[in-house]
Design a protein around this ligand. Sequence first.
Ligand code: SAH
Ligand code: SF4
Ligand code: F3S
Length: 462
Amino acid sequence: MTEQTISTQQDAATAASNQRKVFIKTYGCQMNVYDSERMGEALAADGYQQTEEIEDADLILLNTCHIREKAAEKVYSALGRYRELKARRLKQGRETLIGVAGCVAQAEGEEILRRAPDVSVVIGPQTYHRLPEALQKAKAGQRIVDTEYAVEDKFDYLPKKERSAQPKNVTAFLTVQEGCDKFCTFCVVPYTRGAEVSRSRQQIVDEARRLAENGVREITLLGQNVNAWHGSGPDGADWGLGELLFDLADVDGIERLRYTTSHPRDMDERLMEAHRDLPKLMPYLHLPVQAGSDRILKAMNRRHTAEEYLALIERIRQARPDIALSGDFIVGFPGETEDDFQATLDLVEKVRYAQAFSFKYSPRPGTPGADMKNHVPEDEKADRLQRLQAMLTQHQLEFAQSRIGMEMDVLLEKPGRQAGQLIGRSPWLQAVVLDGAGAAIGEMVRVRIVDATANSLAAQRI
Ligand code: SAH
Ligand code: SF4
Ligand code: F3S
């Protein structure tokens, strides 16, 4: 080895040890997962390498969620724990910056600086492209709060090229729409994410192409209200999500499309046609209803009845008979009686969801629900949640078991827990475990399902 190469290696080693490191922790929904990836890329362009070891981090960034009470409390308790860590690192002569991003940052703003003295940057979901600048100021000793709804579009400013430098993933999220104008009375999202904004068709298609070039085979389009996406086609015509899906189905290399989360009010005819005509659009739809009682739906400002929701599902099933539904539910919304709750169980029994998420109502400051009368006692909420979940889990298991003996395509995503195993996804988003002999991650393989639990399927190749 020549001296030249030795010193180059030493330089590289010194550079590596000098390189700043960021630890990013993500809470909440897929939109936050997507945003964390984008922030990671913006920070990489600024010289930060990501680490899984919080002790090594020069920057700790929490991307937070405000949807339920416990979500915000988790953030404050994590921030409490970082105090010691920061002090410990300081003794070793290492500085630690702590930043809070996401929906708690948007909702609490300055309050975070008051409650958590070690935090130096608070940045809302619409201003992530300004993160490197905020960190510069923080390093100079300032404490920054940036929770404006920026006039410029963060997606125009976040780095694009670096996305291709990412380790290869088979599946990817792609945010197409942000914010919400629906104002369900229980929900903070319209306040934390602001008004509905759609990214342009061109931006989305370009990003989908870049992802495909990098080996991505399945894209999930994201939006708080994804089916409210609207834009204009190449000829200037108004486009909705259905039309966009037809366009994305033409991107070479993309074999599967999904989208989430949709609102029942925005399921239009073209979207139904997409489900009917696009084999690449997977037969799985997350379509939250929240409750089955019309009185409660009205109080929640969902703006549809239980019957309208069931009729909609009927139409979707006509368009795509093998479609499976998933949903979200809230139990114990203010004023919910045992009869109202029974209506939720009745609706669930009719729809038979393949998967579902259910929550106890959590009053969020600033939302109309929080100021309503007749809040349901906690023990009653817990009891209802338990009864609802028992039914949902049973249906999920029955759906999984109905796949036994079926042949299907599985997109292989990652190695399994045991040697030789690979894990993929069924068209219905179920995890599928199979003996990986002769197959590779990223491949679509034909399998037969041989066993099922509520959470995963076991398969053999055919
Ligand atoms: N945009 C989506 C939901 C986003 S929030 C939609 O319209 O369905 C994800 C889920 O969290 C909601 O569907 C709801 O079930 C739950 N959720 C929202 N606010 C809540 C609250 N205050 N208490 C309990 N659950 C809540
Ligand atoms: Fe929240 Fe309702 Fe908007 Fe969904 S549609 S994000 S539940 S306000
Ligand atoms: Fe949570 Fe914000 Fe998503 S409140 S669910 S992270 S939009």
